[in-house]
Design a protein. Structure first.
Length: 245
């Protein structure tokens, strides 16, 4: 919902007529987000907490949290000038929805989306050291690469020191190379694999913080459950990330 005049928001909520609403505001009986409101100010009823005589009349809608299994060949952006499909074409149309941690065009897997911008920032900020796990299907000496990665690898924008690395053979020259990092630098895992002499055939993010991709089908999405949202709270250390499940 877009912003509107406070008196209109009160009238739409059935509190009083616009004229009477203006009288309530003038009398100092209305607050917006804890401060005394002023005549003529604009509010967003879905984000602002509006009270009359201390009683909550309108409050922010509970944030929405969505997990998507992003397919390869889909852009992580709101709109693409070349007309390619974006992740927003695959989920519910929610005002203010943003993604948590970009996935590049050919990378698949778990993408979290929310309309809680501050929570999204906390989850992405390097200081939070929120773990992201990826599985890369690679060609090359994956066992030696895993040993090197555990010691840390210098890239052109700084060192990468994965929290965990493992490798296992899939046969036919292919290996599953799993790596957990705590940063979201551009194409970080792909660049790490290249520095280790590995050729990436496929890259999938399987976990972001406590949220795991699980068996969610490619291209499918679902709302996070309340318990999952509480787990996100634990890793960010921020305010409660309450949301609709």
């Amino acid at each position: 919902m877009s912003e509107m005049r406070l008196q209109r928001a009160l009238a739409r909520a059935g509190i009083a007529s616009r004229r009477h609403s203006e009288e309530l505001i003038s009398a100092g009986r209305v607050t917006v987000n804890g401060r005394v409101a002023k005549i003529g100010e604009s509010v967003d009823p879905e984000r602002d907490e509006i009270r009359v005589d201390g009683n909550t009349i309108l409050g922010p809608a509970a944030p929405v949290w969505i997990m998507l299994h992003k397919p390869a060949g889909v852009m992580t952006t709101r709109a693409d000038p070349r007309g390619r499909k974006t992740v927003f074409d695959l989920v519910d149309d929610v005002p203010g929805l943003t993604y948590v941690g970009r996935l590049d065009y050919m990378t698949e897997g778990l993408l979290l989306l929310t309309n809680d911008g501050s929570a999204a920032n906390r989850l992405m900020h390097p200081s939070g050291e929120v773990e992201r796990s990826y599985v890369a299907i690679v060609r090359g000496d994956a066992d030696s690469a895993a040993k090197l990665a555990r010691r840390g690898v210098d890239l052109d924008d700084g060192p990468v020191r994965p929290r965990a690395v493992s490798a296992r053979s899939l046969g036919h020259g292919l290996h599953e190379f799993e790596v957990t990092i705590t940063e979201g630098r551009k194409r970080e895992v792909r660049r790490l694999c290249k520095a280790l002499g590995l050729t990436v055939e496929r890259l999938i993010r399987v976990r972001y913080g406590p949220i795991e991709l699980g068996n969610l089908k490619v291209g499918a999405s679902r709302r996070l459950k309340s318990a999952e949202i509480r787990e996100l709270v634990a890793v960010t250390g921020g305010p409660k990330l309450e949301g609709r499940s």
